[in-house]
Every structure is written in C-alpha cells, then in structure tokens.
Design a protein around this ligand. Structure first.
Ligand SMILES: [Zn+2]
Length: 264
C-alpha cells in the first residue's frame, strides 16, 4: 500500500505520516493542475490523502490503482463528479430521478447502525426469513468503501433502523424502505418493511426475502434505482447478489457529501 499525500494547504500533517509508510508528497500548481513530476510520482499509489488540493480527471488518470481518496479534516472521500460520471455506476440515473439530491448516513463504523430485527408472529414468518434479512445486511457490510456497519439489537428503543414484517402489501411489492433525512441530506433513521407473502398471497421463501432485503437495504443506505435490470437496485430486481455497479455506486455515494448536487 503506497499513499500520496496532497498536503500543500496543511503542511503540518506531514509530521504525522508514519515513518514506515511508503508514500509520496505532491502538490498542485497555482492553477490547480499537477505537473509531470507529480503525475509520475502518483503512478503506483493506492490511496490519496488530500487536504484542499483538487482531485480531478487529470490526477485520477495518473493513478490508475487508486482505491481510496480521503479528504482530511472533512470526513468524507471526495472525487470530482466528472470523474465519477466516467465510472460504471448508476449515480447519474439516481440523480436524474431525485432532483440531484443525495441522502446518506454519516460514517457509522465505530458506532454501527443499530438494527432492530425481531422475530415475528406474522403468518408465514420463519426464522430462516429473519436470517435471510440478517444475511442481506451482512452482505452490504462486506462492500468495502462504505463507512457503515450494522449491529442487530434486541431493543427497538434507541435503534437507528427498525425492521418490521407484514403478511403482504396491498399492491405489487414485497419490501419497502422508508428513510428520514435532515435538511442537509444526512439520513437519521430508517424503517425496513418486509412481507412474508407476495401481494397475491404466495409465500415467499428465504431466498426471495434475501433478494428483496438486499434491494431495500440499498434504499436504506440512500441508493436510488439502477437503470440496468442486471443490478440489485433495478426496480423489479431478481438479482441474488450485488453487482460491481451496485457496489461502485454505493461507494461513490459514500464518497460524496449529501445534499443537493446539481450537475453543471
Ligand atoms: Zn426500489
């Protein structure tokens, strides 16, 4: 792991770089672009640690291996939208569908989101369905680059996410996620409603519950719909695992500040 520090604006951070960490230090010029020496120096880095320097297409093209862009002192990763738009994600479809307003949780790694996921006495409910829902949370947790983890709790008091089971919806749907966000777009709480039957009354198996939960937890994390039927986040998904686009879109969402993000 090699790190590039872009620290012109906060040179004092250089004192804190561990001595044994392979790293380079580069700066943008006064016009915000990087010179050939800086671009050559980042060719093999895996991560960029940034204070206020620009991270645009020029820099990203020069470091093809980079997986992490951490903006110090701000608390989230930031990539330029232009660079994001070139990656294979459905962020563009999401932005078009919701007036360019992004919602996401603040970083919750040290303090996992508390998920109240009780067993249920709703007709058709089985412990395997509850396990399928747990597995879906765990699947999202394994996606790198999303600073959110989950902890299943036995008490609804103080929980961040409540899972409730119903027998069926009254229209064609098997799950629903409802989120509450603040003015700035930070999600503050969520409810996940999962049905044990289709709306026509057919019992859903644990595999179907898993697929539905995977999709709805995507919404719970702030994702919108994909425009590609091969993705879990496509509206009528039957996909059984997160695709690269699902994961990259979530990673990009969590690399951006929430709120209004009008494309130029
Ligand atoms: Zn949906």
């Amino acid at each position: 792991m090699k790190v590039a520090f872009l620290t012109k604006a906060r040179p004092e951070t250089l004192d804190r770089i561990p001595a044994d960490l392979p790293h380079v230090v580069v700066h943008a010029g006064p016009d915000g672009t990087y010179g050939p020496e800086a671009l050559a120096a980042v060719a093999d880095v895996d991560a960029l640690m940034v204070s206020a320097e620009p991270v645009g297409e020029q820099l990203l093209a020069a470091c093809p291996r980079v997986k992490i862009v951490q903006r110090m002192g701000v608390g989230y990763n930031t990539l330029e939208l232009e660079a994001i738009a070139r990656r294979d994600t459905y962020l563009g479809a999401m932005l078009a569908a919701n007036d360019s307003f992004l919602r996401r949780w603040p970083a919750r790694v040290d303090r996992p989101l508390r998920v109240y996921l009780p067993e249920s006495d709703v007709p058709g409910y089985t412990v395997e369905m509850g396990q399928a829902a747990r597995n879906a949370f765990a699947r999202w947790e394994r996606v790198g680059g999303i600073p959110v983890s989950f902890e299943v709790v036995d008490d609804s008091a103080g929980s961040d996410v409540q899972v409730r089971w119903i027998e069926h919806f009254s229209f064609e749907r098997a799950g629903q996620a409802d989120i509450v966000w603040d003015r700035r777009g930070w999600i503050v709480e969520g409810t996940l409603t999962l049905a044990t039957h289709t709306f026509t009354g057919d019992l859903l198996g644990p595999d179907a519950v898993y697929t539905v939960a995977l999709h709805e937890i995507g919404h719970l994390l702030g994702l919108g719909h994909s425009d590609d039927p091969r993705d879990v986040m496509y509206p009528s998904t039957e996909v059984h695992d997160l695709t690269l686009r699902d994961r990259q879109t979530a990673q990009l969402l969590y690399g951006l500040p929430p709120g209004s993000l009008k494309l130029p």
